[in-house]
Design a protein around this ligand. Sequence first.
Ligand code: F6P
Length: 512
Amino acid sequence: MPQKLGHTSDQLVDLYQELLAERRLILVSNRGPVEYRIAQNGELQLNRGTGGVVTALRGISKHVEVTWIASTMGEGDRLAASGQSGRFQVALPGQRLYLRFVTSPRNVYHKYYNLFCNPLLWFLQHYMWNSPYTPNVDAKVYDAWDNGYVAVNRAFAQTVIDEASHDRTPPFVMIQDYQLYLVGGYIRQEMPNAILQHFIHIPWPASSFWHLFPDPMRRAILESLCAADIVGLQTNRDVHYFLHSCEMFLEGAKVDYESHTVVYGGRRTQIASYPVSVDLAALHRIVRSPRVQEYEEKLRPYLGEQTIVRVDRAEPSKNIARGLKAFDMLLERYPQFVNRVKLICFVVPSRSGIKQYERYTQEIFDSVEAINAKYGTEEWQPVKLFFENNYAQSIAGMRLYDVLLVNPVIDGMNLVAKEGPVVNARNGVLVLSESAGAYEQLKENVIPVAPADLEGTTQALYEALTMDSAEKKRRIEALRKSIEEEDITAWLYRQFRDLRNLACQLPLLLHA
Ligand code: F6P
């Protein structure tokens, strides 16, 4: 169990300042903290970046100076990057945020993102391979590795090196996620004294899955990760599997399951779990905003006597199709719910350039249509699907659930499971997959489901819909308490505390 920390955000700010008095903080992630769009009048418009990584980290620059290195995403970013030779300050009031873009040629980025990172690594790490048939690591994949993944990771590392080369003291570099596994290794070759942390937001799978993956790629990934001082993962399960992968695939590595360390190539790497969480202050602010309140009113006509809600990216690992199937089975088996219980799905479009995502999205639309045709009438439709990226609307939806269904095949954490109980206004019940990272923390007060268990999911929905109100209240209060104790401040605090402890052990080394 993570240790409780009784700290406040003031202590976190003190920690930042102590830590960053001598060294610069560089954050490195594929998606950046902001995204530029070209408005109709040709001017550049600044929008908040999307995704869990950015949401988790964007608060830091309110307190300390941050240099953030990220890929250009669209034409707006390319235009914003084109006039700059190095980092530039982002025009966000109250923020000390400097951005430096890495712009890859379009075909290189396509190989990196659409051929390697997502259909291969993401699928592997979420157990989405159908091993007798997929993946097929053919010449196209080898090419995507060499001329996509390796190329973009090298470009990121070079950008960090350029950025920090004039600093008196080597920086703290915090690298994020699976898109950038090779960055740490390249940086380490040039900057032996940098303090490197790599946080992996998605699950680390059992070694039997990595067995299917080519040895040179697997080894390159593990060698690079073990060039970091700290590898952070979401859960104890991920830490265990990571240590086991090093033992299996990294010849010469000394793995210690007690201290959670790997010694490889003369370097000791700490493997730690830091379960990511929600920004409570920001959530409370958004719940009170007029925009969310307006959406609540707009959503009321779609509610049933009781309403099941789900919020996901259009993503096969989120298990939306099985969730719909279980709802169908619920209405079939318990006809008393027909005309009374509704399901509202808030689905955010995602990775539309990848064929598996396109197919999965179509499947969601088809299932919704089939369920509505089977049980619906002109006046009553059991499922409502919102297919758009509208955070305020989904928060409004989570205010109104009686049951929140979060049943991913597997998930690094799943922040919907933590946002829901915090914002919900109806003492709703959380039905949660045992393989979501959030389950480790929330399991005592949810109804658990195994993600493939359609019968079990149907029964879990039934149990949630018929639970007595005192029990519902007790559970949601316990969930809130646990989430409040472990919010995003705790996630950041633990990581910066461990970096501080590490920095204290090292003399203040200057650039070699
Ligand atoms: O951690 C997984 C992640 O990178 C999150 O930031 C985000 O929720 C999701 O994947 C989206 O990924 P993409 O950048 O491919 O849209």
